[in-house]
Each structure stands twice: as C-alpha cells, then as structure tokens.
Design a protein around this ligand. Structure first.
Ligand SMILES: C[S@@+](CC[C@H](N)C(=O)[O-])C[C@H]1O[C@@H](n2cnc3c(N)ncnc32)[C@H](O)[C@@H]1O
Length: 349
C-alpha cells in the first residue's frame, strides 16, 4: 500500500522520484496523458525547459539533472508558471536513457551547453561521444530530433567528429552546425559564453533510418533474492571472521564494506556497493538468524534497492563466503540462478 500511495504522489508532482519509477518508466502514466516526449539533459536554471513546455503544450517535457539545487529551482519555476506538462528528475542522463526509456520512445532530445571538462584527465567525463550517440539513437523514435549547443571550441570539435562519424543521425542543416541561432531562448551558459566572446556551435540533427543495434538493454529486475543456509557458526563467530571483500564478473563489481550488528542481535547488516553500468547501488544485505544454525541472506529494503543481477550475485557471493567458513555448512534453498552459487568468487579487499 505504501508503495502504491507514493507512486500516485509522484504522478501528480513535477519532481519525479527515481526509485518509484519502473524500468522502463511508463511516461504516459507519469504525465497522465499520451504525448510526444521531449527531454532536456542538464537543464541547469530550467528557463529553457519551462520555455519549451510553454511553447509546446501538446508535448510532455522531461528535464534531467544531476544537480539537486538546479532541480529545486526548476521545480519552483514550473509550478510558478502553472505548467502541467513538465516533469524533472534527478538522474544521470545515461541512466535515464538506458534504464527508464524504452527503445524508440523519445521524440526530441536537447543538450544545451554540456559540461566541457576541459582538462585532459577529465575528458572521459564528457557526455557526448560516439557511444552516447548510439545510446540516443536506440531511444529516439525514427525521425526523432537531437539538438546540441556548446560554446567550448574543443568540445565542439569532438561533437562535430562524433556526429559526422555516427551512422545513425543526419544534420537537418546544410552544414554540421551553425554558429548563430536567434530563434531559441538563450540559456544561462549560452549568455555567459557570448558575453565572454566565445563562438557558440548549434547542432540540429535527426535520427535517420539506419538501424541501431540495441547494445544498451534495460537492466532486469528479479524477485527478491534470498539464500537459506545452515551453518553451525553463531552470529558472533561469523562477525569475527568478516573482513571487507570484493567480487566481480564481466559486467558487475561488488564491494562488501562495513558490517553492522542489529540492535537485537539476531542479524548482521552488510553495507554493499554494487556497480553494474548504468546502475550503481549502495545497499544493505542482511544475514538473519531464524533459529540457531539457520540463516537467511537477503536484501534489506532500506533505500528502495532494485533487485538486479548484481544483487543476486552479491547475495550468492556472501552465501559462498559463509559456506567456506565451515565444512558442515550447506544451502537449504535459494531463488538464485544455480551457477552463481557454484564458485567462491570473493576475495579480501
Ligand atoms: C554547463 S551547465 C549548462 C546548464 C544549462 N543547460 C545552460 O545551458 O545554462 C551543464 C549542466 O548539466 C548538468 N549535468 C552534467 N552532467 C550531467 C549528466 N550526466 N546528466 C544530467 N545532467 C548533467 C550539470 O549539473 C549542469 O547543470
């Protein structure tokens, strides 16, 4: 009931709650209507997003930002303007696109003045490259629009090269970009760039008919994973043997961090970090003693974790570690893919 009530709350508010959105999100339910989905990535002050929603009342406008203060400001601007066709979400753009957006679901994407990360050691942080364009190509509808603007000369060179390299987009202009666009609302960073004498580059591209293989699947969620096992060890003994551990497979990296004892003493809580692009989760796994010698390892619900394959792997790794501590230990039952429990894959961090 709590989950349902929270979900309805998120439906009616401008600010979306990431943890309440299914994978992929149902944008028709989020906006309470079916309409073309326009996305602005990194909306900063939010003026452009509000203007977009005002100019296009028959579209659904979604803004994504990583900055919480930006989200707060934009949310207030949307409410002051009385707009019902805008939603804002705190998320990394890659996560939004790959996890929350189904293939061929977006009508238009705008990226205004993405962070240029000018230093050589920061270049890998830039959002736009050939791989990101491939991701965009899988999520845009055929004929979907992609508009990008930057005032950073070096980033402009990289964006030009990426757009000219990708097979999935064509320019809507006669050229790769233009350096003037008087029709659009100026953004804060555009104005700063112009005031400081920089040239802005405006790219207006369109998704073409070249098929884009979906190399960016939406991560799967599984039923709440658990392992039930027997070990003669008591919780004190398990706690005493615990040390930080790590494990990984080709797609996932798992770090078991701090171990905490429940106040009433019948459970251990293992702080766990799971990185499985594009999803990263810091969550708690629980080793709970049901009766002496009988333990359940499961996912704690604190923080609304998602039961991904990485979580399954983490629970399997914790179970294998427990089994390795005592020869008499054995699994009673579990709901994990069997092969995950076959090899001990953890090692001390
Ligand atoms: C240079 S500012 C531009 C802001 C605004 N678009 C403008 O033109 O004034 C870049 C914005 O992108 C946001 N941003 C950076 N990386 C992001 C990502 N991976 N996903 C979503 N937003 C991001 C930053 O928080 C910042 O607000």
């Amino acid at each position: 009931m709590w989950g349902l009530a929270s979900y309805n709350l998120s439906m009616s508010s401008t600010l979306l709650h990431n943890h309440l959105l299914p994978w992929p999100a149902d944008w028709t339910a989020v906006f309470n209507r079916e309409a073309p989905l326009l996305i602005e990535i990194g909306f900063g002050g939010g003026h452009f997003l509000v203007d977009l929603a005002q100019k296009r009342p028959s579209a659904n406008a979604l803004g994504v930002e990583i900055s919480l203060p930006a989200l707060d400001k934009a949310q207030r601007k949307v409410q002051t303007a009385g707009l019902s066709n805008v939603r804002v979400l705190q998320s990394d753009a890659r996560y939004l696109l790959q996890v929350l957006c189904a293939p061929e679901s977006i009508a238009e994407i705008t990226i205004n003045f993405p962070d240029p990360w000018p230093k050589a050691r920061q270049l890998h942080r830039r959002l736009i490259d050939v791989e990101f364009l491939h991701l965009l190509a899988t999520r845009l509808k055929p004929g979907g629009l992609l508009d990008i603007a930057t005032d950073h000369a070096d980033y402009a060179l990289a964006i030009t090269e990426a757009l000219e390299t990708t097979p999935f987009f064509d320019s809507r202009l006669a050229t790769t970009f233009v350096t003037e666009d008087t029709e659009r609302l100026r953004t804060k960073y555009e104005q700063i760039g112009l005031d400081e004498g920089r040239t802005c580059h405006y790219y207006k591209w369109v998704r073409n008919n070249t098929a884009a293989p979906n190399d960016f699947p939406i991560p799967k969620e599984f039923p709440m994973p658990h392992v039930v096992l027997h070990t003669p060890m008591d919780l004190d003994a398990i706690q005493a043997r615990y040390g930080r551990r790590r494990t990984s497979d080709q797609a996932r990296h798992i770090s078991f961090m701090e171990l905490f004892r429940a106040h009433e003493g019948e459970a251990l809580f293992v702080e766990t970090y799971i990185k499985e692009e594009p999803v990263s989760q810091r969550l708690g796994l629980v080793i709970r003693q049901r009766e002496p010698g009988n333990y359940v390892i499961s996912l704690h619900e604190l923080g609304f974790p998602r039961a991904t394959a990485g979580v399954q792997l983490a629970i399997a790794a914790l179970a294998r570690w427990l089994l390795s501590l005592d020869e008499a230990a054995h699994i009673l039952h579990h709901n994990l893919p069997g092969e995950m429990l076959e090899v001990d894959v953890t090692h001390a961090a």
